[in-house]
Ligand binder design. Structure first.
Ligand SMILES: O=C(O)C(=O)C[C@H](CCCc1ccccc1)C(=O)O
Ligand SMILES: [Zn+2]
Length: 323
């Protein structure tokens, strides 16, 4: 297909399947969404009115806006929650926030040289970023996406993140606790998705760690001694191009990369809070098992008053009794 080729993809030793692609008005689409199954959606025109959002246009309309920019010494932008860094912890992240005004960000990525730190703009869209961008924002195809929100009984739209990445940037494998309709405006992004049932192969950090929700496995150099089941992981690959919308079901793990040599990418996501589950049905859904495991970790840390004791107590409960 025009627009990209295989050698723009980073090489990982992971079994990959494909994600289905459907037209936005395909009758089969709603069953994918309501069953929490990922799907690439074509033709929705969700963000077609803002395809002009390139660096020049945004520099024109939000040049003096201070934006949330992440800086990384390598190509990986592993998100962490600063609220979970405790005083007695030595936490040295590779990537860190470095807020800057938009025009500085635009100039830095335009004049980027090999060896320079990489940048990734990740800014919540709100009315502080200028009335032009807000005016464009209201021109998204809200009728369509809100109709999906209703059909799927999702909770309210919680936020839109505008994402401007340099070519080659990677957001390492993680999961989010919200439903996500991810739209590409410029460039191509490759997603590798894993269902919640592969939790055991992806070894997310403990809930109380700053890297909560992020996989511990470094896809560039997996440690099979510490993470042996990663060998069994089976991913679902999809390339998201301009005007495409990818549905990322909540609790599905996803690795995201802006294709190499593809120029900078502009994307926008639509995070919806999870809908309230009317009645728990059995057997439990895989994502519900992740919610239960998270709650056990939280409850034990609370009861023990020390997150670092959670592992030992789980071991005591498990060894020789459940093993
Ligand atoms: O839309 C999503 O869920 C993605 O993962 C898209 C991803 C950037 C997300 C950054 C982030 C990750 C975790 C917490 C807060 C912010 C990309 O496109 O590189
Ligand atoms: Zn995500």
């Amino acid at each position: 297909m025009a627009g990209w080729n295989e050698n723009q993809l980073r090489k990982y030793n992971i079994k990959l399947e494909k994600i289905p692609t459907l037209q936005y008005d395909d009758p089969k689409l709603d069953s994918h969404l309501t069953n929490n199954y990922p799907v690439l959606i074509k033709g929705s025109k969700l963000v077609s009115r803002v395809l002009k959002w390139d660096l020049d246009y945004l520099k024109q309309h939000m040049s003096s806006v201070c934006c949330n920019v992440i800086v990384s010494k390598n190509h990986k932008f592993k998100y962490y929650d600063p609220k979970k860094i405790t005083p007695n912890m030595t936490f040295k992240p590779i990537s860190r926030p470095s807020p800057m005004i938009f025009s500085e960000f635009a100039d830095k990525i335009t004049n980027w040289k090999k060896g320079d730190s990489r940048l990734y703009l990740q800014q919540v869209l709100n009315n502080t970023i200028g009335q032009h961008v807000v005016r464009d924002f209201v021109m998204f195809n809200w009728d369509w996406i809100m109709s999906k929100q209703k059909i799927c009984k999702w909770g309210p739209l919680s936020s839109n993140l505008i994402l401007i990445a340099q070519e080659g940037n990677v957001t390492p494998c993680h999961y989010d606790e919200q439903q996500n309709m991810f739209a590409s405006i410029r460039g191509y992004k490759r997603f590798i998705l894993f269902p919640p049932s592969q939790f055991e192969c992806l070894y997310p950090h403990p809930v109380h760690h700053p890297y909560d929700r992020q996989s511990q496995v470094d896809f560039d150099n997996p440690d099979f001694t510490k993470f042996p089941k990663f060998k069994e992981a089976c991913g679902y690959e999809v390339i998201v191009g301009p005007e495409d919308v990818l549905y990322i079901p909540m609790y599905w793990f996803h690795h995201v990369e802006s294709l190499k040599h593809g120029g900078y990418t502009v994307s926008i996501n639509f995070w919806f809070k999870a809908g309230s589950v009317e009645k728990i049905e059995y057997p439990l859904l895989d994502y519900q098992r992740m919610v239960i495991m998270r709650n056990v970790e939280k409850m034990l840390a609370e009861a023990l008053h020390d997150p670092s004791e959670v592992g030992n107590m789980l071991k005591t409960i498990f060894l020789g009794r459940y093993s």
